[in-house]
Write a protein that binds this ligand. Structure first.
Ligand code: NAD
Ligand code: UDP
Length: 337
């Protein structure tokens, strides 16, 4: 059931997923306050929303305590870089964003007596021991590797959410999000979907890391946003964690072939070293989301990738409008753009 019209807070709202969530909430008639430090997000993602009188933007760091006038009815925390090159560029800030950010967001939820959503991740499962991944799996994460700033930060955030729930009665909602893609991904953020599409559209080499036998399951952003909104508006006892993702699973190599064929590209595949601790397989068990939220993805990978190709094609025609992550934040050697 949709929330009564309200005053909602979206942290990380200028990012890829956050901007789609803000758009959905504004379109439902809510007033949305977006908080973002623009580390990997962009004003270009939310400029159209700023033209409405139901959207405002505050530039600040969630790792620092926040104070707002007025009262929020719902709080969504998506603030955190999600692309491996972006979150590894400043790993200490990534941990602070997840851990101090969670504490600050949970304190806001207490103060405003508002339910709070946490964008957690399939990285909780690390290099998974079971396949597909079920919420009951505790995960297999290297705590000292280069991905740990993200994985362990998100794991600690889940811990904090449950501790605030048990100790202070905060109403929490946790989604473990699997690889999500779509329009407004930063053209240079280094994730596989944007890297492959941008390279294919320019007939440049497609960079497959390792043998490409590792798998991922790709969810279109509109489906994810629908799951997030359903979770937030579910009864209070639906705390999660709930997996949100599309179980359509591809090897990275097969995904490269799909992108080449959908773009009619002349790109060749080149093989580069596999990043440290790259999970070997990932597919969500979405039984819990189906049962508790009546949710399942509706957009096939082929349909979603076609839409994303159209988006990047338009962006490449107008490079002045391209939304790029601040290049100094990103390890350029990992980007194919
Ligand atoms: P993104 O990098 O596009 O968006 C993250 C947003 O958070 C950006 O706008 C960024 O500027 C902002 N941000 C980062 N650090 C901040 C800070 N300290 N203070 C305030 N704002 C800050 O990434 P995304 O793909 O939109 O991911 C959104 C959320 O979903 C993240 O929390 C991510 O961990 C989670 N998630 C995403 C995926 C995916 O495949 N897209 C998968 C799993 C989890
Ligand atoms: N990958 C790749 N080429 C690229 C970017 C990524 O082969 O140009 C691989 C990466 O090693 C991983 C998968 O694609 O196995 C998904 O990577 P992404 O960075 O999108 O997200 P992850 O699931 O690793 O967080």
């Amino acid at each position: 059931m949709p929330a009564r019209l309200g005053n909602l807070l979206v942290l990380g709202g200028a990012g890829f997923v956050g901007s789609h969530l803000c758009e959905r909430l504004v379109s439902e008639g809510h007033h949305v306050t977006c908080v973002d430090n623009l580390a990997t997000g962009s004003l270009a993602n939310i400029r159209h929303l700023m033209k409405t009188n139901r959207f405002s933007m505050v530039q600040c760091d969630v790792a620092k305590p926040m104070k707002f006038s007025g009262k929020f009815n719902q709080i969504y925390n998506l603030a955190c870089p999600a692309s491996p090159p972006a979150y590894q560029a400043d790993p200490i800030q990534t941990v602070k964003t997840s851990v101090l950010g969670a504490i600050n967001v949970l304190e806001l939820a207490r103060e405003h007596d508002a339910p709070v959503f946490q964008a957690s991740t399939s990285e909780i499962y690390g290099d998974p021991l079971h396949h597909p991944q079920h919420e009951a799996d505790w995960g297999n994460v290297n705590p000292i590797g280069p991905r740990a700033c993200y994985d362990e930060g998100k794991r600690c955030a889940e811990t904090l959410f449950f501790d605030y729930h048990r100790v202070h009665g905060v109403s929490i909602r946790i989604a473990r999000i699997f690889n999500t893609y779509g329009p407004r991904m930063a053209i240079n953020d280094g994730r596989v979907v944007s890297n492959f599409i941008v390279a294919a559209l320019q007939d440049k080499p497609i960079t497959v890391y390792g043998t490409g036998a590792q798998t991922r399951s790709f969810c279109y952003v509109d489906d994810l946003v629908d799951g997030i909104v359903r979770l937030m508006n579910a009864p209070d006892d639906v705390t999660g964690p709930v997996n949100l993702g599309n179980p359509e699973e591809f090897t990275v190599r097969d995904f490269a072939e799909l992108v080449i064929s959908l773009t009619n590209s002349r790109s060749e595949i080149v093989y580069l070293p596999l990043p440290t601790d790259d999970p070997r397989q990932r597919r969500p068990d979405i039984g819990r989301a189906a049962e508790l939220l009546g949710w399942r993805p509706t957009i096939s990978v082929e349909a979603g990738v076609r839409r994303t190709i159209a988006y990047f094609d338009a962006i490449l025609q107008r490079p002045d409008r391209a939304y790029c992550v601040n290049q100094s934040n990103v390890e350029l050697s990992q980007l194919s753009y």
